[in-house]
Design a protein around this ligand. Structure first.
Ligand code: ATR
Length: 278
């Protein structure tokens, strides 16, 4: 029987995951089915029931998107360290009657920055904007990349500080600050917008002085063209601006490999989904 996979979220109409996994399966000659499922917002245990039914009917794995990443993490029997730090899962695997939770968002982001854009984070000054789920997912992979300094800026400073305290032991040159402190902190080589501001067309209150013209500005949102954050970076003279399309495809490739034990090629898929930034 063809192995069954799906992405579950609500709303789910906009998802690119079936297209991405379909292209991966074609490239790797894997016979899989991958569909989109609109998960129920009500009742409270509706999401869990759908997941358990999918597994009971022979489903092999799920990608999970908003607003279910926390619930997916909570219902798992086994959780990876990066999923634990994020407190959220974006992929589930069903094996031996157990539900295993992973979070590939951060590693997908890191791979896109380092492998696709050719920007190693080692010994660089890195600024991460936001301290919500998206930023938390990025934290362990970013620390693992060995930056000279990793600063988390958030409006609510206590959230950033809590995050630093959580990973403090392995953190090294990791600290949190408010946006007001950034003007005095000089330039960063890589600035990543992991806030949800761009989803509403807003701009985090980041001073243009954080950007270096030779550096990189990365927007986690994708398919929105030049967001206010990317425009600010461009106006500050940054040439290397990118949105999250590569991250989206790379996290999908991580999940595909986790499920299928083969790594699909990503660049043609990224090219196919990319929306011009100007
Ligand atoms: P996600 O899962 O997308 O990270 P989240 O967990 O709700 O969503 O977190 C949203 C993040 O975006 C938070 O860091 C939030 O900052 P606060 O914690 O200070 O609220 C940040 N955010 C949202 N809108 C923003 C804006 N207009 N400017 C700056 N930060 C913003």
């Amino acid at each position: 029987m063809t192995d069954r996979f799906a992405v579950i979220g609500n709303p789910i109409g906009h998802t690119k995951s079936p297209l991405i996994h379909g292209l991966f399966a074609e490239a790797m000659r894997q016979a899989i089915s991958y569909v989109a499922i609109e998960g129920p917002l009500e009742p409270e245990d509706g999401f869990e029931r759908v997941v358990r039914r999918f597994a009971a009917e022979g489903g092999k794995g799920l990608n999970v998107t908003a607003p279910f990443k926390l619930k997916a993490f909570a219902l798992a029997d086994v959780r990876s360290e990066r999923a634990a730090l994020a407190g959220a899962a974006n992929a589930l695997k069903f094996e031996g009657g157990r539900i295993v939770a992973e979070n590939f968002d951060g590693i997908g982001l890191l791979r896109d920055i380092e492998a696709n854009l050719g920007v190693p984070l080692a010994r660089r000054r890195v600024l991460l904007l936001g301290a919500g789920g998206a930023a938390r997912g990025a934290l362990l992979p970013f620390i693992g990349a060995g930056p000279a300094e990793l600063v988390i800026a958030n409006r609510d400073l206590s959230k950033g500080e809590a995050l630093v305290a959580q990973v403090g032991a392995q953190g090294g040159a990791l600290h949190a600050c408010g946006y007001g402190e950034l003007a005095a902190m000089g330039r960063f080589d890589v600035v990543v917008n992991a806030t949800s501001a761009s989803l509403t067309g807003d701009l985090p209150p980041v001073p243009p002085s954080v950007f270096s013209p030779a550096g990189t500005a990365y927007e986690l949102a994708y398919g929105k063209g030049l967001t206010p954050f990317l425009r600010l970076a461009r106006n500050a003279g940054v040439h290397g601006v990118a949105d999250g399309v590569g991250m989206l495809v790379e996290q999908a490739a991580e999940a595909f490999e986790w499920w299928r034990d083969v790594r699909p090629p990503t660049s043609a898929v990224i090219d196919r989904l990319a929306v011009p930034l100007d």
